[in-house]
Design a protein around this ligand. Structure first.
Ligand code: KG4
Ligand code: ZN
Length: 333
C-alpha cells in the first residue's frame, strides 16, 4: 500500500509543503518564498517571517494537495520541521502539523531541519542508502556529518564561528549584491578570476571543524581598503577560498570513514563552484558523489516529508505536546 506523507517546512523564510509518495517520490513541492519581503532589510527579519508563515501556510497546504492530486483524507502521515530555526517561524509549521495530525488521526513525525536537508538526497537519487559522509552547509549551519543509518548521525566537524551561507550573505551585503548572498556571489563569480586575490583558508590540525570568520574579515578588509574593487574578482576569490575549505574537510572525512560515498546538502550545496570542486575531487579519489538539484538544496517541504517517512519506519512519532526548538543537535534526535 502506498504511503503519502505531507511535509511542512517553516524554519526560516520559506513556507513549504509537499506530498511525497513512499518516502522517495515527490508528488508536489510548493515553496512560498519570502525573500522579496526580507530583501530591503538585507536579511531575514524573524518577526516578519513568522507573520508571513501564518498568512501563507493554509494556502500552501491547499496548493500542495491540489498539485499532488489528492485530498487531505488521503494523507497517511504528517512530517514537520520542529527545529532548529527561528522559533516563531517554526511554531507556525508545528502548530499546523499538529492540527492536521489531530484532525486526520495520523502519525506526526518531528524532523530535524538538517536531517531534512540530508534527506533531499534520497529524493534526488533513489539508489542512495546510508552509510555516507555529508557536508550540510546552509545559512545557519556548516556540519560534516556521518550518516550511519536513516535518522542516525554523527557530527564529525562543524563551524566554530560563522556558517558558510552566513559568510556568503555577509560578504554579498558588504559588496552591494544584497540578500540572499550565495546565489548573487555564485553568479558574479562566473565573470571573475578566482586566483586574483588570495584570501586565507583556515584548517585545524586533527579536526574537521571549520572557521569562516578569518576569510570573511579578510574580504571585508580588502573591500574597505581598496579604492576600486572588481566585484567579480572579489566574489570568485572569496568563493574559491570557501569552497576549498569545505571540499578539503569533506574529502578528509570520506577518507577517515572509508564509505566512499560523498553527499552534499543545504542551501550552499547549490553553489556551482562547490558542486564542481567536490565532483572533481571525488572522481580523483574514486568516491561516488551525490547532490540534490538546486531547488532541493534550499529549504523545501519534500525533504521534510522524506525524512518523516523514515522516522516513522523507526517509530519516531510525536504526540500533540510536540514543541518547536530553536536549537537542537542532529545527534539527539
Ligand atoms: O538551507 P537554506 O535554504 O536555509 C537555511 O537552512 O539556512 O540555505 C540558505 C543559505 C543562504 O545563506 C544562501 O545564501 C545560501 O544558502 N545559498 C547559496 C547558494 N544558494 C543559496 N550559497 C552559495 N551559492 C549558492 N548558489
Ligand atoms: Zn535550511
Amino acid at each position: 500500500m502506498d504511503i503519502l506523507t505531507l511535509g511542512i517546512e517553516s524554519s526560516c523564510d520559506e513556507t513549504s509543503v509537499s506530498v511525497v509518495k513512499n518516502g522517495r517520490i515527490i508528488l508536489s513541492n510548493v515553496i512560498s518564498s519570502q525573500i522579496e519581503s526580507h530583501k530591503e532589510f538585507g536579511g531575514v527579519v524573524p518577526e516578519l517571517a513568522s507573520r508571513m508563515h501564518v498568512q501563507n501556510v493554509i494556502q500552501v497546504i491547499d496548493n500542495a494537495l491540489i498539485t499532488a492530486g489528492c485530498k487531505l483524507e488521503d494523507i497517511d502521515q504528517i512530517g514537520v520541521t520542529f527545529g532548529p530555526g527561528l522559533i516563531g517561524a517554526l511554531l507556525v509549521g508545528v502548530s499546523a502539523a499538529k492540527s492536521l495530525a489531530y484532525k486526520l488521526k495520523v502519525p506526526l513525525c518531528p524532523v530535524h531541519h538538517l536531517e531534512g536537508h540530508i534527506s533531499a538526497n534520497f529524493l534526488q537519487d533513489p539508489e542512495l542508502e546510508p552509510p555516507f559522509v555529508c557536508l550540510v552547509a546552509s545559512g545557519g549551519h556548516s556540519h560534516i556529518v556521518e550518516c550511519i543509518d536513516y535518522g542516525k548521525f554523527k557530527i564529525l566537524g562543524q563551524t566554530r564561528d560563522d556558517a558558510a551561507g552566513e559568510a556568503f550573505d555577509k560578504i554579498s551585503r558588504a559588496i552591494g549584491l544584497g540578500y540572499p548572498g550565495g546565489p548573487a556571489i555564485d553568479k558574479a563569480a562566473k565573470n571573475g578570476d578566482p586566483d586574483k586575490i588570495v584570501f586565507p583558508q583556515v584548517h585545524f590540525d586533527g579536526s574537521l571543524d571549520f572557521s569562516f570568520s578569518g576569510v570573511k574579515t579578510a574580504v571585508l578588509n580588502y573591500i574597505n581598503n581598496t579604492k576600486e574593487i572588481c566585484v567579480p574578482d572579489v566574489c570568485a576569490s572569496f568563493q574559491k577560498a570557501l569552497v576549498s575549505i569545505l571540499t578539503e574537510n569533506l574529502m578528509k572525512a570520506n577518507r577517515a570513514t572509508g564509505h566512499n560515498k560523498i553527499v552534499l546538502a543545504g542551501g550552499v550545496a547549490a553553489n556551482s563552484a562547490l558542486r564542481t570542486s567536490v565532483s572533481v575531487m571525488a572522481e580523483k579519489e574514486g568516491a561516488k558523489v551525490y547532490m540534490p538539484a538546486p531547488v532541493l538544496c534550499t529549504d523545501n517541504g519534500a525533504m521534510i516529508a522524506c525524512a518523516a517517512y523514515y522516522a516513522l519506519k523507526q517509530g519516531r512519532v510525536a504526540d500533540l505536546e510536540l514543541n518547536a526548538m530553536a536549537n537542537i543537535s542532529l545527534e539527539t534526535i
